[in-house]
Write a protein of this length. Structure first.
Length: 184
């Protein structure tokens, strides 16, 4: 494992370095954060979603849309629309909790976050009022968290940040992701 150097908040890692789940937990703890219990899509007799939260195909990982969850893996607020009942700061906090949920699901599926070679893309959706256009600001803290925890080589990603008129369970944000794994 290579040495990590911090510059400007983001850990710098070599291309050969893997950031293990233990190291992720330590880096998150320094920020007073932790991975939650992995989320499970709520189900009921009327709600059946025939999809997986994480699908691995070869070395590619496709992560379905995740929403803000609490440490126990349960759906959590704030609920509502950004620019109305949810302010920018609350939306940013919800986006960070959502990316932590993505990481927990990926870890559960692949075993150790040290298998992650790169975050390729985040697809970020904001439940917002008409006229709200500051979507990048909502998701910047979540993107920065990946850089801070994984370093630039692994954590930098392409990103889409768009607004919608509604999201499931009236959450303010949802994030889907694509990642690349190291070959086994």
């Amino acid at each position: 494992m290579g040495q990590s150097v911090t510059t400007g908040g983001a850990a710098q890692v070599t291309a050969a370095e893997r950031v293990t789940s233990r190291e992720v937990a330590e880096r998150l703890a320094r920020k007073e954060l932790a991975l939650p219990v992995p989320w499970r899509i709520p189900t009921s007799p009327k709600l059946r979603i025939p999809a997986r939260l994480v699908r691995v195909v070869g070395t590619r990982v496709f992560v379905s849309g995740h929403v803000p969850i609490a440490e126990d893996g349960q759906l959590t607020g704030p609920y509502g629309t950004i620019g109305d009942t949810v302010g920018l700061r609350c939306a940013q906090d919800a986006a960070v909790r959502t990316v932590l949920s993505v990481l927990a699901s990926v870890e559960q599926t692949v075993g150790d976050l040290g298998r992650v070679r790169a975050f390729c893309r985040l697809h970020c959706m904001a439940n917002s009022v008409p006229g709200f256009i500051d979507f990048p600001a909502v998701f910047n803290p979540a993107s920065q968290l990946l850089l801070d925890v994984f370093g630039e080589e692994i954590g930098y990603h392409a990103r889409v940040a768009v607004g919608t008129i509604a999201l499931p369970w009236d959450v303010p944000v949802e994030i889907a992701a694509e990642l690349e794994l190291h070959p086994e």
